[in-house]
Design a binder for this molecule. Structure first.
Ligand code: CTP
Length: 406
């Protein structure tokens, strides 16, 4: 099979040096990458680096190798164009169809999915001109990744940071995996809230009650939603996973903190997906100092109280009309029967039922499930990557959201 053809467009910002890592990951995982830097980008990282890492010459102008008509051919033959970093100037040119160098020409001739990973100072990102350009590009089907919040060039901090190149790479893979379907951003204009990972219920400052959730399924839901154009808020319990590109991540510890963060984010959400493993109980008493051993004495028993059921709460009190709520059910026995009963009990629209056990679901990159809907449909999802299950969840959410809006 031919290697997927990726065009890496690089515009002139300091984050150009981070695009080298993205390029390396793309080539090492079997993609044929043509780098098209702008003239400004070459001030930050030179042609030699791009051609050595990609194995192709890196041209900037349309006047080089004119007989090969590069300004048309590179865009036409690409399976994916990713512009990383995308400056405010590049977003403006792309939104208005300007074409004064090889990269902007390539953007006009490309018929494949296009990803922009903007990086700039907060003021430039927040400027109405930039925001309108971003909205235009999104409306036309491009994936524009919201920049991360953090350290910018110099001493500044704020929104505008280039996301982790490893996460931009994951997004490229997701978009490529969707093929032609990636040309339609079916979650564009939607805000989705996803909870992920396990909560920890503290006994004292050093101990907690927890569970074995890795967060991978919720993170896969977040990544796939970004690839389909959604604005994503991820409320993350304890996980080791890096923040996905383009996602607003709210880190929480306990079930009560998770509830507060989900309810806040759900206020304007089109869909809420509760993939988190929320602790059903928490210790009745939190010891503010470490619980010590006492010679000759048995430890005090740990007593527990119920945590609120967040899924049931957001299902019964929808923050806005037509909001769609999706739950997960982890079952060890009578999987389907318990799942059907749980769907009715929780009051959500869809319930993803999966069997859990020693070596199933938790911590694994794969999953297998049946998705139950209130209209009685049952969609089996065969054993496979958690991203596949995530895509099926969105496939079921999208038409239901459209139905609810009518
Ligand atoms: N959930 C929640 N709040 C809780 C417990 C669970 O919102 N306090 C959500 C989970 O995020 C998941 C769903 O409810 O989407 C199902 O969780 P599960 O543990 O399977 O169900 P339980 O309600 O705990 O029921 P049971 O213990 O009887 O299996």
């Amino acid at each position: 099979m031919d290697k997927p053809k990726v065009v890496l467009g690089v515009s002139g910002g300091i984050a150009a040096y981070k695009a080298c890592e993205l390029l390396r990951r793309l080539t090492e995982s079997g993609h044929d990458v043509r780098v098209v830097p702008t003239a400004a980008a070459l001030h930050f990282v030179g042609e030699a680096t791009w051609s050595a890492l990609s194995g192709h010459p890196a041209a900037t102008e349309v006047w080089e190798s004119v007989h090969e008509v590069p300004h048309v051919r590179i865009g036409q033959s690409a399976d994916l164009v990713v512009v990383a970093p995308a400056t405010a100037d590049m977003l403006a040119k792309a939104a208005h169809g300007l074409a004064d160098d090889l990269l902007t020409n390539t953007l006009l001739t490309a018929r494949c999915p296009v990803i922009f990973a903007p990086a700039m100072h907060t003021e430039m990102w927040e400027h109405p001109a930039t925001q309108e350009n971003v909205a235009t590009l999104r409306r036309r089907g491009a994936v524009v990744v919201d920049p991360a919040v953090g350290r910018l060039t110099g001493v500044d901090t704020g929104k505008g940071r280039f996301p982790d190149p490893a996460e931009i790479f994951e997004l490229c893979r997701r978009v490529l995996a969707r093929g032609d379907r990636a040309l339609t951003q079916d979650l564009a204009g939607r805000h989705v809230v996803i909870s992920a990972g396990g909560t920890r219920e503290p006994l004292d400052p050093v101990r907690y009650l927890g569970n074995r959730s890795s967060g991978k399924q919720g993170y896969a839901l977040a990544r796939t939603a970004v690839a389909r154009g959604a604005r994503v808020t991820l409320v993350a319990g304890n996980t080791e996973l890096p923040d996905p590109a383009g996602v607003d991540v709210v880190h929480v510890g306990t079930a009560l903190q998770l509830r507060e963060a989900v309810l806040k984010a759900a206020a304007d959400a089109d869909a809420v997906v509760m993939a988190a493993a929320v602790a059903d109980f928490r210790p009745t008493v939190y010891a503010t100092g470490k619980i010590k051993k006492r010679d000759g004495q048995e430890p005090d028993p740990v007593t527990l109280v119920r945590n609120p059921d967040i899924l049931a709460e957001i299902s019964s009190e929808r923050a806005r009309p037509g909001q769609l709520v999706v739950g997960f059910a982890a079952e060890t026995d009578e999987v389907l029967a318990n799942g059907r009963a749980k769907l009715a009990r929780k009051g959500c629209d869809l319930l993803v039922v999966n069997e859990v056990g020693e070596h199933r679901a938790f911590g694994s990159a794969e999953n297998e499930a049946v998705i139950l809907a209130t209209d009685g449909t049952e969609t089996p999802v065969p054993y496979g990557p958690k991203e596949d299950l995530a895509e099926t969840v969105w496939d079921l959410v999208v038409p239901r959201l459209a139905e609810n809006r009518r």
